[in-house]
Design a protein around this ligand. Structure first.
Ligand SMILES: Nc1nc2c(ncn2[C@@H]2O[C@H](COP(=O)(O)OP(=O)(O)OP(=O)(O)O)[C@@H](O)[C@H]2O)c(=O)[nH]1
Ligand SMILES: *[C@@H]1O[C@H](CO)[C@@H](O)[C@H](O)[C@H]1NC(C)=O
Ligand SMILES: *[C@@H]1O[C@H](CO)[C@@H](O)[C@H](O)[C@H]1NC(C)=O
Ligand SMILES: [Mg+2]
Length: 444
């Protein structure tokens, strides 16, 4: 090319100077000392400056008053002081003024879903247990939750990990969550073997389960995870600031718009636990869980609710466990219930028996048995209108009218509710609930 010659030399020289400058900068920069506080929120931080956050759309809808976004301003605090993260969200109208509208027939039904949702906010947070390597999978989940619900509510999100979260995890998740984000590291005592566990015995179990190809059967970390979700997530310092939680796992999908605040439904209807999917547990993982449960019931008859859901858990009045449980990767629930004496007594009794390590007890059957025995039936809620997927099961609302009103994008054929391996039909039966129209066509 003609344009070669001089300009090429100039370019080489420019590149050489640039490289030297870069080298000089890198070798002299005090990278380690650079505070990341400005960019990344820590557990003790307020949210990053409001300017960094995508502003929720302001409203022009007639029923939504043009109020400022909820409290997102960083509050200057000395760095060494524990954060005051009580969710002092500015109320945007009270419950009387904006009653919950749960179905399209309701006169207050919000069809537009634009702008910040009016009405009160609950003392509530999303919560996710995750590893740093889960960042892109949880990013997908957050995006779904924000798009279908939280962008109009701006609830906080607590992330928990047995290791420190890295900068990428914090940056990505904070950029996606419309509320405040908080990051907590789990203390060793909540993620290790209790001293009464016989390590040799536990090891033999893992080897045996590995041989029999039981899923996660050889995993130590999966057992710590299940024990943590059973007994500790709700009493982490960051979680003590809230009354309600919504658990979100990596790689989930939400298929329908959420037109009302599920936290508010829980609060106003006095619900303590909720689910979208239920199924039978893998028997190999919980062989003696019901024996431990029966022992607990005998030791603590005072903890058993009068109007409990034994019929959901057992087909013979409590003699044996039918393995039905609510799938706990989705939960909206009361933290105060989990922190109650009843629940803690139950968890501690199970923990003493060692089944988290001598078998592979999951947090789903543990939560479910607790809810089924220690709550009244009316304290448990089935969210038909929250459409959900976690591999490999889908909850897609039964009834075309509902699916169209909620702008769902799930295939109704995938709905698991009425199939043979689901326990939701049993749940409807013991609660005397009428199954939604069209359920018969989804049984296989
Ligand atoms: N910090 C941390 N989180 C974990 C660990 N193991 C699992 N988790 C989280 O705990 C939750 C449940 O773990 P999953 O691996 O999803 O277990 P699962 O849902 O039974 O199984 P999958 O079908 O693989 O999703 C998820 O939110 C994970 O990100 C771990 O060792 N450390
Ligand atoms: C939120 O709930 C926590 C835990 O119950 C409580 O300590 C805190 O005072 C509550 N905050 C508000 C603003 O009600
Ligand atoms: C269950 O209902 C009974 C009767 O209404 C009530 O006395 C009891 O306190 C309730 N139990 C729980 C755990 O809420
Ligand atoms: Mg999962």
């Amino acid at each position: 090319m003609m344009a070669g010659g001089n300009s090429r030399y100039v370019r080489y020289i420019a590149i050489a100077i640039f490289t030297l400058a870069l080298f000089y900068f890198v070798s002299n920069s005090k990278y380690d000392a650079v505070s990341i506080r400005d960019a990344i929120p820590h557990a003790s931080d307020k949210s990053p400056p409001a300017a960094e956050k995508p502003k929720p759309p302001q409203t022009d809808s007639k029923i939504t008053p043009p109020l400022p976004a909820t409290d997102k301003k960083p509050i200057d605090k000395p760095a060494d002081k524990p954060a005051d993260i009580s969710t002092t969200k500015r109320p945007t109208g009270d419950a009387k003024e904006f009653p919950l509208a749960l179905s399209p027939e309701d006169p207050n039904w919000d069809n537009d879903l634009t702008g910040i949702a009016p009405g009160p906010r609950m003392n509530a947070t999303f919560v996710t247990l995750a590893r740093n390597s889960d960042v892109w999978d949880i990013a997908r989940s957050i995006r779904q939750v924000e798009d279908r619900f939280n962008k109009r509510y701006n609830y906080d999100w607590v992330f928990l990990n047995d290791k420190p979260f890295d900068d990428t995890f914090k940056k990505v998740t904070t950029s996606l969550v419309s509320g405040k984000t908080h990051y907590g590291e789990i203390p060793k005592e909540h993620w290790s073997f209790p001293e009464w566990i016989d390590q040799e015995k536990a090891k033999k179990v893992r080897e045996d389960m590995a041989e029999r190809k039981i899923i996660y059967g050889d995993s130590i970390s999966y057992r710590h995870m299940c024990r943590f979700e059973s007994g500790f997530f709700f009493r982490q310092p960051l979680m003590m600031n809230y009354d309600y939680y919504w658990r979100v796992e990596p790689s989930i999908e939400l298929y329908c718009d959420i037109h009302y605040d599920p936290f508010r439904l829980m609060h106003e209807q006095g619900k303590k636990y909720s689910f979208v999917l239920s199924l039978y547990e893998y028997v190999e993982t919980i062989k003696t869980l019901w024996d431990s449960t029966k022992k607990f019931m005998k030791n603590h008859p005072e903890h058993i609710a009068a109007d409990n859901s034994m019929g959901f858990l057992s087909d013979d009045g409590g003699d044996t466990y039918n393995r039905c449980h609510f799938w706990s990767n989705f939960e909206v629930g009361s933290l105060n219930w989990l922190r109650s004496k009843q629940y803690i007594d139950f968890f501690e009794s199970l923990d003493q028996d060692g089944g988290f390590f001598y078998e592979r007890w999951g947090d789903a059957p543990v939560h479910s048995i607790a809810a089924g025995l220690m709550l009244n039936k009316s304290d448990i809620h089935f969210f038909n209108d929250i459409a959900y997927w976690h591999v490999p099961f889908t909850h897609c609302p039964t009834g075309e009218k509902t699916r169209l009103a909620l702008r769902c994008h799930c295939n109704p054929k995938d709905n698991f509710d009425w199939k043979g391996y689901s326990c939701t039909s049993r749940y409807f039966d013991i609660n005397g609930m009428k199954k939604p129209e069209g359920f018969e066509n989804q049984q296989d």
